[in-house]
Write a protein that binds this ligand. Structure first.
Ligand SMILES: [Zn+2]
Length: 188
């Protein structure tokens, strides 16, 4: 950002006005430098065809994945992702980064589901995906929801407005009451 101080000189009023405008723009863009990063899951992904539902996602498969170690490095952190194309279980970037590496080595496999909080991340978009809005995500999500919480996921009608986009955790909190609330905001 530009320096706040205007050292006088010509066009002081113009500078004040431009500072004000810059501040407004910064506020609108969330460029405060300190505020939380807002996460609005995307309701469409151009990469969605990578999700392979040709083999049904089963609760037992999901349950196995929930307790699996990273298939690449063997980390048992629990901070794993499952690739929705290859179904590999891979650790997060906060562990050894095997999920990111999997995407980098397999660019056609960008969509991963977090086994720790059931959020779904699209590496190509660098964004979470809204399981409520994207049908292709539901089979895997439902299987993991059942495995994790022991109850079926309920897909309510979407609420209008910005809150219609579900953020990480909200999906689970709709039905599962036993989830930890200490998840990292973006274990992508
Ligand atoms: Zn790993």
């Amino acid at each position: 950002m530009e320096a706040k101080n205007n050292n006088g000189g010509n066009g002081g009023q113009d500078n004040d006005a431009s500072e004000l405008m810059a501040a407004i723009i910064a506020a609108q863009m969330g460029d405060s430098g300190s505020g939380p990063f807002s996460v609005y899951p995307e309701t469409f992904s151009p990469n969605i065809s990578c999700v392979d539902n040709s083999t049904p996602w089963t609760t037992s498969e999901a349950a196995s994945a929930l307790s699996s170690s990273c298939s690449n490095c063997g980390s048992a952190s629990g901070e794993n992702w499952v690739c929705l194309k290859t179904r590999k279980i891979l650790c997060s970037r906060y562990v050894n980064g095997c999920a990111v590496a999997h995407f980098q080595q397999n660019p056609d496999s960008p969509i991963h589901l977090s086994v720790s909080d059931l959020s779904i991340w699209d590496h190509n978009m660098d964004a979470y995906l809204d399981v409520f809005a994207i049908e292709e995500l539901k089979p895997a999500f439902e299987a993991f929801h059942m495995a994790k919480h022991g109850i079926e996921a309920v897909f309510h009608d979407r609420v209008g407005g910005e809150m219609g986009g579900l953020v990480e955790g909200m999906v689970i909190d709709m039905k599962g009451q036993d989830d930890d609330d200490d998840k990292k905001p973006a274990a992508k």
